[in-house]
Design a protein around this ligand. Sequence first.
Ligand SMILES: Cc1cc2nc3c(=O)[nH]c(=O)nc-3n(C[C@H](O)[C@H](O)[C@H](O)COP(=O)(O)OP(=O)(O)OC[C@H]3O[C@@H](n4cnc5c(N)ncnc54)[C@H](O)[C@@H]3O)c2cc1C
Length: 564
Amino acid sequence: MPAHDVLIIGAGLAGQRAALAAAQNGATVAIMSKVHPVRSHSVAAAGGINAAISVDDDWRSHAYDTVKGSDYLGDQDAIEVMCSEAPAEVMHLEHMGVTFHRNESGEMDLRAFGGASLKRTAYVADITGQALLHVLYEQLMKHHESVARFEEWFTTSLLLDEEGRCAGVVARDVRSGRMEAFTAKNVILACGGAGQVYKPTTNGLIVTGDGIAMAYRAGAPLMDMEMVQYHPTCLVETGILITEGARGEGAHLLNSDGERFMEKSAPNKMELASRDVVSRAEQIEINEGRGVGPGGSGIFLDVTVVPRKRTLEALREIVNLGRDFAGVDITREPIMIRPGQHYIMGGVKTDVDGRTPIEGLYAAGEVACVSVHGGNRLGANSLLDTLIFGRRSGEHAAARAASMGMPKVATLPALRADAEKIDAIISRPHEGRRVSEIKAELGEMMNQQAAVFRDETGLQGALETVGRLREEADRAWIDDRGTVFNQDVLGALELGFLIDCAETTVVAAIERKESRGAQYRTDFPERDDAEWLKHIEVARGPDGPAVSYSPVTITQWEPEERKY
Ligand SMILES: Cc1cc2nc3c(=O)[nH]c(=O)nc-3n(C[C@H](O)[C@H](O)[C@H](O)COP(=O)(O)OP(=O)(O)OC[C@H]3O[C@@H](n4cnc5c(N)ncnc54)[C@H](O)[C@@H]3O)c2cc1C
């Protein structure tokens, strides 16, 4: 049975950055991922990463923009940590080999992004996530003696010792179907978000909330789960993302009258207001009959106003996406987009060192809620979040490991329970519904009832549907009865994780009876600081999700009315 100082679940940016930091701090490390690391969703990040690098910028300005973007729900102490450490982290990445775009005078170039008071986003064309992920993967290879890799291993649950401390995980080797227990002094969850709760979503098929659900099942509280980000520019049919970099380069949003409607809701920032603001403005145009395309369900994104040479240089991936997935040459004609699920601000509650309330359990990246994004994340702040809090978790876990012995934990009962659960799914009779049908219904329902606009009736309906789907999922059947690369059975486990994430999202959205950030309640359209300037936490209780509150940390920026 393998035993390590630090066991990291997830090999996206947060996981790999944590692994590097832990190894550099003398820990023995294992990093586990259900897919090959460079296929993690981080690879899809296009637009860039924020840092106050420019001479006329200051990290406090970045922090203020982030606080305002969060609709004052972000914890300001954590935001200060993230923004003040950002410039050094980005420089460090460049020194490790990330080829950030440079301007004519040879300095690092920065592009404009939503909600930012000046150009602050460093980028590598529109493949920033890929560039970062590959460099970290290479750098980690240098530490092959202290870092063990478990690629294509699927974690099924967390192991707790008798005192309730996290002491390892149970996992399945995807290639062979073999189950194994791993002991560790510390576990860092870096499993990414839960975008697949929604359909469509910009997120990869593997983004199924596994880490959030495993932590929740182990007793860790989730925070800000009601805050689900809809990105303003997704392709109408598929939900594929057109990066905010397009608007950063100057693209316009137009309704069916050819009007730049952002003038109405954000006269100063226009298309570069925060994502929640732009998504709502688009949805209003669509709902009020000023949408474009079949059924008026879209909005035009006009990239033709950007010089063609610049588009081909800085936005080449979306030129390809437009051509391949919508049959549109974005350098010559507008493309139809609409708001689509993109990111979850909520996740496993942590402090600024990645610690969750369960001793020995850390979380970093999209799986975690520090909370630096509060009610709404600014574009290009997530890559930053993964790297800063990935590194801090790795450092803290390595230090903790140095001060303790290997925990003693009975692994056999959990190992057996998970193996039996998987066997039971494989041998279910072909009655009831398929996993894929239930997943599709869940996603479409959430996209109707827990989306840009919400109300009590819709959310209560969503909660009922989630309950029914949970029962159906417990009986759902699959085709593959084998052991080698049985993705079918993993899909059934992922559906269970998705349902936990959906339920906690809906419960928190029902609880928050106000409109703030991404949560817009048509029945409570105002922000209500007196009652709701607080985090909602959801933990698993004996009768399902139990809600509690925690205060928002305010250091230097008192809540103000939010205008762009
Ligand atoms: C299309 C797209 C574009 C984006 N563009 C930007 C951008 O330009 N700028 C920005 O700041 N943010 C962007 N984001 C958001 C950002 O990319 C993500 O929030 C971030 O990369 C998440 O990184 P992560 O390390 O937390 O998780 P991920 O990169 O999602 O990695 C999760 C890891 O966990 C592993 N894992 C999950 N479950 C299990 C399990 N059960 N067992 C074992 N392993 C498991 C996976 O295999 C994977 O290795 C974008 C997101 C999308 C979807």
